[in-house]
Design a protein around this ligand. Structure first.
Ligand SMILES: Cc1cc2nc3c(=O)[nH]c(=O)nc-3n(C[C@H](O)[C@H](O)[C@H](O)COP(=O)(O)OP(=O)(O)OC[C@H]3O[C@@H](n4cnc5c(N)ncnc54)[C@H](O)[C@@H]3O)c2cc1C
Length: 469
């Protein structure tokens, strides 16, 4: 249904002064961080500040058959928060209060629009850590939960899912429900909370969260392994785990990526040669623990393991500045790509760890065939590979999109052949839907659509995302 003046008036009554229509809607609402997947303006944007307002907005939309599109900070990478069919964007970023801690129960309660950066810093001040650490710190925690965001620390601490204890959810018809509990475990029927995690705004709008925190590790050190090729870098990963080392993060970077990032940073951080040989792949790790003596032992054992398994050399970073500098290279990957190339598409497939080299060698080997630059790096500790295909503006956009599509078809087929999944952490949104359908098959997609219907019988919440109907 179209957005009539009386519906706008109802919305205005529910969230006074925070309803935007027509030219008052900022252009950013037309896309997330990947505008290449398409742009669309919503009919209205409303900024909510609490559960009750969210419920009132949903009820108005539901009663008037208007699509409802939940949105966090809009940092997603698969068009999950874009209103392709029009409708009302529910912007959660003003619902951003940290509601309180129960440190005896290692729990923090937040509104879903709080930014990850703000939560992480606040936790540090309280002497605890909220472990999920996706690269974009200015995403909302609600967005992180809705995409089950991963990040660098997933190898030791798991993904966002592992830190959600309970949540308040507004269903599309405006009903308010609470899923999960602040208790430590449960075996109490279907876990609707876990269905909500990673549902990308298609089942309900998360308004509040109870999250698990852990004692803050007091010591950490980073080691950079310099390897002659990607195969030896990746084959080192199981050995690191077998040695009883429990890395907080373990990232791989082929040399081509590092050269591009050095160019972007305007300085050389990692060496290109070690022991007289060319370095072709890097393994960047961080280890954490509580005691200094323990850290020395970990550091020694990790360096030994890297060297015994093919590293040409190992560099240790053991001061906060040195660690920050070493990690700046890895965290600048996307920025460096976007600074160098005007056109880019990406995938974040996840494959079993031993298959990383085969996948990466395959996709980088497609450069000539598809006529695009291919840059790949990722999380060696969990098999999540981030691959960008890029071009300059001298390639017309239409041609870029066609070539990128050809590349993605091949890359997703290869990932499936190697036992992988479509997305390790970014989600499906609308951009990856056809690949999800292909990899999951009809029965699984029908089950997902059945779940969607149970939550949203009219199909009004974030239509066209994840399972499409
Ligand atoms: C530079 C950069 C680095 C990144 N690094 C990582 C990384 O390391 N790991 C990773 O996993 N991701 C990464 N991302 C992707 C992105 O930051 C995450 O997907 C993040 O979780 C999105 O949060 P957001 O608040 O921006 O959500 P949005 O982009 O606004 O929305 C994402 C999805 O969640 C839904 N949604 C948002 N809030 C709610 C809510 N309260 N209730 C219900 N549904 C909701 C939306 O409808 C949409 O489907 C990166 C992005 C960038 C730009």
């Amino acid at each position: 249904m179209a957005l009539h003046a009386d519906i706008i008036a109802q919305l205005e009554q529910a969230v006074p002064g925070r309803v935007y229509v027509g030219e008052a809607i900022k252009a950013d609402y037309a896309h997330d961080e990947m505008p290449i997947y398409g742009e669309a303006m919503p009919d209205a944007v409303v900024e909510v500040t609490n559960t009750q307002e969210t419920a009132a907005v949903c009820k108005i939309c539901y009663d008037n058959d208007l699509p409802i599109i939940p949105r966090g900070a809009g940092t997603g990478l698969c068009s999950g928060c874009v209103a392709f069919g029009g409708g009302v964007i529910v912007d959660t970023t003003k619902m951003n209060q940290i509601l309180g801690y129960d440190l005896e129960n290692f729990t923090v309660r937040v509104q879903s629009g709080v930014l990850l950066n703000d939560l992480a810093n606040d936790c540090m001040e309280k002497g605890v850590m909220y472990p999920p650490d996706p690269g974009e710190k200015f995403a909302t925690v609600g967005g992180n939960v809705s995409t089950n965001a991963g990040g660098m620390r997933a190898v030791k601490y798991g993904t966002t899912r592992d830190y959600v204890k309970a949540m308040t959810v507004v269903l599309p018809n405006g009903e308010i429900v609470r899923f999960g509990a602040e208790a430590s475990k449960t075996s109490s029927g279907y876990s609707l909370m876990h269905l909500m995690i990673g549902s990308e705004g298609t089942l309900g709008i998360i308004t509040e969260l109870s999250l698990k925190v852990i004692p803050q590790p007091k010591q950490n050190v980073s080691l950079l392994g310099l390897f002659p090729d990607l195969n030896s870098a990746i084959s080192c990963v199981p050995q690191v785990k077998m040695a009883g080392l429990d890395p907080q993060a373990l990232e791989f970077m082929p040399r081509g990526n590092v050269e591009m990032i050095h160019e972007f940073l305007g300085k050389t951080v990692y060496p290109y040669k070690a022991d007289g040989e060319e370095v072709e792949a890097y393994l960047l790790s961080t280890f954490d623990c509580q005691k200094e003596e323990e850290l020395d032992e970990i550091m020694e054992k990790a360096a030994e393991t890297f060297l015994e398994n093919g590293a040409l050399d190992v560099i240790v970073y053991d001061t906060p500045d040195a660690i920050r500098n070493a990690w700046m290279v890895r965290s600048s990957t996307l920025e460096a790509i976007l600074a160098k190339y005007e056109q880019s598409d990406e995938c974040d497939v996840v494959v079993p760890i031993p298959q990383i080299p085969e996948f990466i060698n395959y996709v980088t080997g497609l450069e000539d065939e598809v006529g695009l630059a291919v840059l790949a790096s990722g999380h060696a500790g969990d098999g999540n590979c981030h691959v960008n295909v890029c071009a300059h503006l001298d390639l017309p956009q239409e041609e870029f999109v066609q070539r990128a599509q050809r590349f993605m078809d091949l890359a997703y087929d290869k990932a499936a052949e190697l036992g992988g999944m479509v997305s390790g952490e970014h989600g499906i949104g609308s951009a990856k839907l056809s690949y999800l359908e292909k990899s999951m098959g009809q029965v699984t997609m029908d089950l997902m659509r059945g779940v969607k219907r149970a939550f949203d019988p009219k199909g009004l919440l974030n239509p066209g995302k994840v399972c499409g109907k």
